[in-house]
Design a protein around this ligand. Sequence first.
Ligand SMILES: Cc1cc2nc3c(=O)[nH]c(=O)nc-3n(C[C@H](O)[C@H](O)[C@H](O)COP(=O)(O)OP(=O)(O)OC[C@H]3O[C@@H](n4cnc5c(N)ncnc54)[C@H](O)[C@@H]3O)c2cc1C
Length: 382
Amino acid sequence: MAELTPEKDIILIESSEIGEGSSARNSGFLSPSAIEPRANAYGSAEDDANRKTRIVLAGLEWLRSVVEEHKIDCDWDEKAPRIVAAATRQGELRLLSSRQALEKKNLRYLEHDAQGLRSLLGTDYYQYGYETLTRAFVQPAALIRGLADTLPSNVTVLEHAAVEAVDGLGPFTVRTPRAEFVADKVFIVNNAHARALGLSIDRMVFIYTYGALTPELDNNELAKLGNLSEWGLLPPTPMGTTLRKWKRRFLIRSGHSYEREIDLEKVRATLTALYRRRFPGLHSYELEHVWGGGVAITSNGGNYFGELKPGLYVSVGCQGAGVLRGSIHGKLLAEMAYGSQSSLLADRLMLTGPSWIPPEPFRGIGATARMAWEHWQAGREY
Ligand SMILES: Cc1cc2nc3c(=O)[nH]c(=O)nc-3n(C[C@H](O)[C@H](O)[C@H](O)COP(=O)(O)OP(=O)(O)OC[C@H]3O[C@@H](n4cnc5c(N)ncnc54)[C@H](O)[C@@H]3O)c2cc1C
């Protein structure tokens, strides 16, 4: 937006600090996958998948170009393998079907059997996997801080100022405890927190998930985590466990809770157990950092995108893999607000938004029941 309108003053209002939100506390996979493709008024499920894939791939290219242009030091890595691997027969079947989708889109991949995975990852926990050759990893906090540090000069960042309300019909009055701002255009991009603004953006729930990082490991321990210096592993199911060997450390992400964070000592115990059962021969399972973060989940995988009313724009609800999608959606939203027309924006406008979900207490009952079911189905993928 700042690039499209260099003459305008833009203020970015953050209730906490840049580098504290989920965008900074994720596992750093930039995954170019299409989420929950399905048929809609604009075409078949395959058309939907193709649109979603074009959007995330454009997100990858754009983010890469911004990182390169501004020399953002965020450990951008397109070489380390990104492996999707299954520990169960059911997971394997899911992977075989998602692999076919890659083939249809001409996205290249390499398959690995249990033995291959064992030498790459150092564990015999997984029985089948494939490695997508379009992939990237980042250190997410460094990425988000780097993006904020290199914003154009017409942008002012205001931290520790929670927006409490957006009033008016344009120009809008944006209220925070520190000051009020008047703007002819307002963009709401604050994850499922957007529900608190009373703007009918409420078809999503906050699901918290949890990550942990070991201390730096010695050469002996690192060798037990496979013969590659770095790799990332994603599960075939939403309730599965993500792993990453990264910069002499090991990262594990797993577990879910509805609308609030659970006690981090309980999380530490769970993540330690999941780590131990995948790598039973390690000397230590110490986790130096343990954290949680919220992701906005909708019932059909769709997210809010577009003009809510004249001058008021929204992009929220990025599900559990929102780094690329959130980034490119932000770019497309700014283009939309300033009248640009591109085939990518047309693609984005043809995606389905979030479907209706019932209010509390039915919402909570439904979400926790679905999580419990998916958790049970995940089995050893958890
Ligand atoms: C442990 C974990 C691992 C994950 N791993 C991955 C991964 O590997 N790859 C991937 O793509 N995704 C991953 N995700 C998901 C990803 O992090 C999210 O989809 C993404 O960060 C959402 O970005 P966002 O900008 O919408 O939300 P956020 O990053 O949450 O940003 C919203 C910001 O709005 C601010 N805010 C809230 N309310 C207000 C207000 N009223 N006024 C002003 N500011 C406000 C918040 O402080 C926050 O900084 C993971 C998430 C977690 C928690």
